[in-house]
Design a protein around this ligand. Structure first.
Ligand code: ZN
Ligand code: ZN
Length: 89
């Protein structure tokens, strides 16, 4: 019976959010964790792609300090080389 209850909880919509933090601004992705490969998206309108940080290998720290490349979240921003103009930057 307990297993069945757990299954039910896991399947509840809106529970499994991505929650990934933006490496620079620390805004939180509010999309369900099934949003891949679409970019992360925060409530303030920020959208971004990221990947496991190559400097700290996802650990978020280097030599005991927060990793500078990813800001301690373990993921670094991906620079997508698309031909899109960047409005307002
Ligand atoms: Zn996300
Ligand atoms: Zn890092």
């Amino acid at each position: 019976m307990e297993a069945a209850i757990r299954e039910h909880r896991r399947g509840r919509p809106g529970e499994d959010l991505c929650g990934r933090l933006h490496a620079r601004t620390k805004v939180e992705c509010v999309l369900p964790d099934t949003h891949y490969p679409r970019p992360h998206y925060a409530l303030d309108g920020t959208a971004w792609h990221d990947a496991l940080c190559g400097t700290c290998h996802g650990g978020g720290t280097r030599d005991g300090d927060a990793c500078a490349d990813c800001g301690g979240v373990g993921f670094a921003l991906l620079e997508l080389s698309e031909d899109e103009p960047r409005p307002g930057w």
